[in-house]
Design a protein around this ligand. Structure first.
Ligand SMILES: Cc1cc2nc3c(=O)[nH]c(=O)nc-3n(C[C@H](O)[C@H](O)[C@H](O)COP(=O)(O)OP(=O)(O)OC[C@H]3O[C@@H](n4cnc5c(N)ncnc54)[C@H](O)[C@@H]3O)c2cc1C
Ligand code: FES
Length: 289
């Protein structure tokens, strides 16, 4: 379902709360009842800041009555521009919920694993898995303690939470993959979700290869329309071409062609760099910084 809603009416797509929750990472609660009505774990929205803006996909991190939460890292032109918006301001349109929800059912013992900003996708998933009668372990990893997100919320949503940092500044000194390997060896899991940068999902999912443990990853290819029309998000899974926006974004980790995904993610790097440079040049000329 795609809905384009004008912010002009002052009712929807208004930023209710804006918080910077880690280095360069922002949490926005946005009034968007058309998203919260049916939005589920694993789904995303595509938003456009203004008339001429680029359309970017962001995962539904939580919902509360008519408000949806997005958590994003200000990496390029659009996310940096988004980060400048303040409470009370509106977003031109938010289309969603898009994509296929996570396969939530009674699996038994589940692990939800997040890397970097991917951690933001876990609370809604952990809560849905718990509500379906599963035991849920959260495993989160970041480069350092300053980049860890939503720790308290995840401690509450999961039965158990393991924190990892690459530099040892908090929790286990190492990667979520190391913890996952231990749990696989102990035969302590029935299903696993891994959400983070492509390289982290590729490496971490090797821990469950040949174990028979169902392992899902949430793919993040370039997306444009988010509705299966443009073909920009195509990925190869199990030797078949899939559109991540409608067939996913969650897929069986062990079937994904990771090299193709990572190559395609780099396709627009020169244009993205140019767009960011133009944005900063324009900001400087306008004295808007
Ligand atoms: C289904 C899905 C869910 C996502 N959820 C989140 C989230 O919850 N939080 C978050 O911080 N990020 C999320 N992303 C990534 C986010 O969409 C990109 O960071 C964002 O589009 C970057 O735009 P930009 O203009 O700021 O950066 P750019 O300079 O345009 O690009 C920076 C990098 O972002 C990626 N990117 C750029 N445009 C797109 C696009 N249209 N689609 C996908 N990736 C793109 C590319 O890898 C690129 O190298 C998600 C991506 C997908 C596909
Ligand atoms: S984003 Fe266009 S087909 Fe998926």
């Amino acid at each position: 379902m795609t809905l384009f809603v004008s912010p002009g009416d002052g009712v929807v797509d208004r930023i209710i709360k804006r918080t910077q929750i880690a280095d360069n990472i922002y949490e926005f609660w946005i009034n968007a009842p058309h998203v919260t009505k049916t939005g589920r774990a694993g789904q995303f929205v595509v938003l456009r800041i203004d008339e001429t803006g680029e359309r970017i996909p962001l995962t539904i991190s939580a919902t509360r009555k008519d408000d949806v939460r997005i958590v994003f890292m200000a990496t390029g032109k659009t996310t940096q521009q988004l980060a400048t918006l303040q409470e009370g301001e509106c977003i031109r349109d938010i289309a969603g919920p898009l994509g296929t929800p996570s396969d939530v059912k009674k699996w038994g013992r589940c692990a939800v694993i997040g890397g970097g900003v991917g951690i933001a996708c876990l609370p809604i998933l952990a809560r849905e898995l718990k509500a379906a009668g599963n035991e849920v372990t959260g495993i989160i990893g970041a480069r350092n303690a300053g980049l860890l997100l939503l720790e308290d919320e995840l401690r509450e949503a999961c039965d158990d939470l393991v924190i990892c940092t690459d530099d040892g500044s908090k929790g286990f000194h190492g990667f979520p993959a190391d913890i996952l390997k231990e749990k696989v060896a102990a035969k302590a899991l029935d299903a696993v979700w891994i959400i983070g940068p492509a390289i982290m999902m590729k490496i971490t999912s090797l821990a469950t290869l040949d174990s028979g443990i169902k392992t899902f990853v949430s793919l993040n290819p370039i997306m444009v329309d988010g509705t299966g029309m443009c073909g920009s998000c195509r990925v190869t899974v199990g030797g078949e071409t899939k559109f991540a926006c409608v067939d996913g974004p969650e897929f069986d980790a062990h079937q994904v062609d990771w090299n193709e995904l990572m190559n395609r993610q780099r396709t627009y790097n020169p244009q993205e760099k140019e767009s960011l440079e133009h944005y900063h040049e324009h900001k400087c000329r306008c004295g808007d910084h």
